[in-house]
Design a protein around this ligand. Sequence first.
Ligand code: 5RP
Length: 288
Amino acid sequence: MDWGLKNRLAKIIRPADDKAVMLAVDHGYFLGPTERLEVPRNTIRPLLRYCDSLMLTRGILRTCVDANFPVPVVLRVSGGTSIIGEDLSNEQITTSLKDAIRVNASALAMSIFVGGKYEHQTIVNLGKLVSEAEEYGIPVLAVTAVGKDMVRDSRYFSLACRIAAEQGAHIVKTYYCENFEEVVNSCPVPIIIAGGKKIPERDALALAYNAIKAGAVGVDMGRNIWQSDYPVPMIKSVRSIVHGHATVDQAYDMFKNLSKESSPQKISKLSASSKKPSELSKKQKKEK
Ligand code: 5RP
């Protein structure tokens, strides 16, 4: 493997244990100011030191993250749709490779919509992005986006992850499901899992634990960290599972103990007053 590509990948998947804690804060690229990510700087700042890498768009990176802080960046380079638009699968590459290099991205991320209306376009774009990025030694993370009406089982996720890997993705992000080993075993590149919609903390920790046990190399988690009342205790507890071999009980005890010592995060005025996407439109939504 090309030296630069290997070196960048090592910033995302830590060579000490081949595991990864990626913090996802890219949601605004189609959701706008979603709950508890209304002021990204405030959400991101306290969590930065506890993640191995940060996944976000160039706009939020440039405006909300201090360039002096040495966090590896996984740059989302796809977009073009919104939660109230016609079809969320109609994504294109929106950020140039030149810009990705300019912001010193350690990896690029884009979504593919297997089974979606614009499946073809997104898969072809993934192949093209991998070809371009590899010229500069930059790895690509393929995000397997899930439509609202898709059956989320191991058969579907195996299909989506394998297609991403066949196009040359270096890491694939998907969702945990029953028989997750099947998804991992049929995908020749490392898999990380998204957390999905906010669920109780213990359940989110169990999700991370089960995914790692089934062979995922880590998490790319967003809402289950920063929509928790206690984001820092939550990311530390997730970390203890991914890097520290903690069981669900141990991680949850850690969460409870750390929460007792912290104050709950406040709901911003914007969050309290902002309309939920469901109030904006009943059109198709990308369920996470
Ligand atoms: C948005 C994404 C998110 O990064 C991904 O869904 C992870 O975040 P969460 O844990 O909140 O699901 O790819 O398209």
